[in-house]
Design a binder for this molecule. Structure first.
Ligand code: C5P
Length: 215
């Protein structure tokens, strides 16, 4: 079974502020995306890195292919799919902006797909109470026992993911597209440290964990 990873790192980081996209900032002894790539490499046969169009010429020796992303995350994933080798069976899609996912987490989602699911995602139980709100007014309180916060890496049968993306739809994760197509998505235990670098305030917590892992 041939397993590849797509690391999507083509976002402009508009919520983050600053000139440098967040995924190119330094975290410990390397860039944010280098952490993401390293974890992906350890658990797969090859890695496709999706970058902003103006960075597609940059040397990225740790990956097998570098391609330009699109205007949305889903478009960037589709660009990555187009660069996979024909013999790839399972693909793990990972946010470049989640530097602290472990290779064990990649292995866990891939194993769940090997076991028969169309896809698999890491999920963490939510500790806050979640309410649906419209116009600053609560519409309903959701049953927390049924909710998980979903992370990447997310693994899929390549054919299922290609099919789900064939409509050129946009979603905040890939699993949602497979769900919409009636596919089965398994949930494995997520990792508390696997947060997405979204705001400047997220950096210190990632830095302290990265410092320990660099030792
Ligand atoms: O914007 P968001 O935080 O959901 O981005 C998640 C991941 O998707 C990030 O690693 C980001 O670089 C990537 N992305 C992308 N192409 C886009 C938008 C986001 O590769 N057009």
């Amino acid at each position: 079974v041939s397993v590849w990873a797509i690391v999507v790192a083509a976002g402009s980081g508009s919520r983050f502020g600053g000139d440098e996209p967040k995924q190119y900032l330094r975290l410990g002894d390397k860039r944010v995306i280098d952490w993401s790539i390293a974890a992906a490499r350890e658990a797969t046969d090859g890695v496709v890195l999706v970058v902003p169009p103006d960075r597609v010429g940059d040397a990225e020796p740790a990956v097998d292919a570098v391609v330009a992303g699109g205007g949305t995350r889903s478009a960037s994933v589709r660009a990555g799919l187009d660069a996979l080798p024909a013999d790839c069976d399972i693909v793990a899609v990972h946010d470049g902006a989640r530097p602290l996912a472990t290779s064990a987490l990649f292995a866990a989602v891939v194993d769940a797909v090997r076991a028969g699911a169309d896809g698999a995602v890491p999920g963490l139980a939510v500790t806050d109470t979640i309410k649906r709100v419209v116009d600053d007014t609560v519409v309903e309180t959701l049953d927390r026992s049924e909710l998980v916060a979903v992370q990447t890496p997310q693994a899929f049968l390549v054919e299922a993911l290609r099919g789900a993306h064939s409509s050129d739809a946009d979603a905040t994760d890939d699993a949602a597209l497979i769900e919409a197509a009636g596919g089965t998505i398994a949930v494995v235990a997520g990792e508390a440290a696997n947060t997405k670098l979204t705001h400047t305030r997220d950096l210190p917590a990632l830095e302290s964990i990265a410092a320990v892992r660099s030792m």
